[in-house]
Design a protein around this ligand. Structure first.
Ligand code: NAP
Ligand code: F7E
Length: 373
């Protein structure tokens, strides 16, 4: 906070309380942006991931001088969005807000389209009407490729397989159209799956790592999952938000893929995570069809060659490091909650893995199952 000096730019982030929004807010503040974030009303706090950024707010209150503050709006409420855009007149708008769960989009298709497609439309129309000279970033998704075979890049045919994918594809085209028809400075980041310790609990990676941690501290026996055959290109969200910023710094508005160029099945994710504790995932996983989707995206593998060539940027963290990072963070948190370690002691990652292995050994003895190695 002491080191923060305004760089002259104001950024507005929708979905700031989400995984990506929280990392992006931190990143833009570190670059000297004034950051304004949109949150929607919730009956229970939905700002856990950004509460630590209040330090930026404290000194100034919610004034034009303040480095950071939050405003209430909703992507389904065009009036709220237009009022904020008119008041803030941001230089850069990052539209990250969305109903982002693919499985749930089959159960809530109408609100998914409302937030994910009409939301961006409402913002784009407001930028046009208010004659804002702002850059606009649309959080587009690899889910738009649907059943197109890998590898996928900006030129690949898009055949979405879920209401979510359709909602994002329509928003992708609206973003392109408002660029071509009205000359707005609009950018699409086509991001492949990206995860982190801040990932929502009902996405498969976090569900697996948080469940393993719960199994190890004794509060859970099994993980129940759906389709283990799907392949995903999983990267690290904290890096991907930097990619969003790089996209927005490109002079010519355009569309860019961000991906790791590695793909793995959900089964391989399980294997990698359980192997860290010498456990066999088959002893702990149940399959339930309720977690399978009416239509599935079988395989995603991104080709970020254009991004590397034009933006000179690519993500670094690959699959193995990501799995390890997520499981260690979850284990730390759960061991700390149980009073078994103190996370303020600054122990090494290896320390936590070894505690996990030791507990895993006891679980195997108790359940009469064999450890893997
Ligand atoms: P996330 O953690 O689910 O965050 C989504 C955010 O949007 C939350 O803060 C949520 O608020 C907010 N939101 C939802 N509906 C809203 C509404 N009607 N009005 C205002 N805000 C609303 O998602 P994420 O992983 O950070 O992803 C960020 C964006 O990138 C999303 O658009 C997602 O679809 C897209 N994307 C994600 C990935 C990925 O792998 N993570 C890949 C490609 C694209 P609440 O907390 O109140 O629900
Ligand atoms: O599923 C399978 C599931 O929900 C990954 C979002 O960020 O990335 C994300 O969408 C795979 C799918 O992510 C369970 O069927 C098996 O094949 O973690 P996910 P997603 O659907 O790929 C894209 C790029 C986005 O844009 C989205 O916003 O895992 N799977 N068993 C399961 N998935 C879940 N959630 N839960 C299970 O129990």
């Amino acid at each position: 906070m002491e080191n923060w000096h305004w760089n002259g730019k104001v950024a507005l982030i929708t979905g700031i309380g989400g995984q990506d929004g929280s990392y992006l807010a931190e990143f833009l503040l570190s670059k000297g942006y004034k950051v304004r974030g949109i949150v929607r009303r919730a009956s229970f706090p939905n700002t856990k991931r950004i509460d630590h950024l209040d330090i930026y707010d404290d000194k100034y209150g919610k004034t034009d001088e303040s480095p950071f503050y939050l405003l209430y709006a909703d992507l389904s409420d065009g009036i709220s969005l237009k009022n904020i855009l008119n008041k803030i007149r941001p230089d850069e708008i990052y539209n990250l807000g969305a109903q982002s769960h693919v499985g749930i989009s089959f159960q809530c298709p109408e609100s998914t389209i409302n937030y994910n497609t009409l939301g961006p439309l409402r913002i784009l129309e407001s930028i046009k009407d208010l004659k804002l000279d702002a850059k606009y970033y649309q959080a587009s998704s690899s889910e738009m490729f649907g059943k197109s075979p890998p590898p996928q890049n900006e030129e690949t045919r898009m055949i979405p397989q879920s209401p979510y994918g359709v909602s994002k594809l329509a928003a992708f085209h609206l973003t392109r159209l408002y660029r071509e028809a009205y000359g707005l400075k609009t950018y699409n980041g086509i991001l492949f799956n990206h995860e982190s310790p801040r990932r929502g609990l009902n996405f498969v990676t976090k569900k697996i790592t948080a469940s393993i941690a719960s199994i190890l501290v004794g509060t859970k026996d099994k993980i129940t999952l759906g389709n283990l055959d799907a392949k995903r290109d999983w990267g690290f969200a904290k890096e991907y938000v930097e990619g969003m910023w790089h996209i927005m710094q490109h002079e010519t508005p355009d569309d860019f893929v961000i991906a790791t160029k590695e793909t793995h099945t959900v089964r391989e994710f399980l294997e990698e995570a359980f192997n860290l504790f010498d456990l066999n995932w088959k002893d702990f996983v149940k399959i339930d069809d309720k977690f399978k989707r009416p239509a599935e995206v079988p395989a995603l593998l991104g080709d970020g060659e254009k991004t590397l060539r034009l933006l000179n940027w690519e993500p670094k963290t690959k699959f193995k490091a990501l799995v390890r990072m997520m499981i260690i963070e979850d284990l730390k948190e759960k061991l700390n909650e149980k009073g078994l370690v103190n996370i303020n002691d600054n122990n090494s990652d290896e320390y936590y893995i070894n505690i996990g292995k030791e507990i895993a050994r006891k679980i195997c003895e108790k359940r009469n199952i064999t450890q893997k190695f």
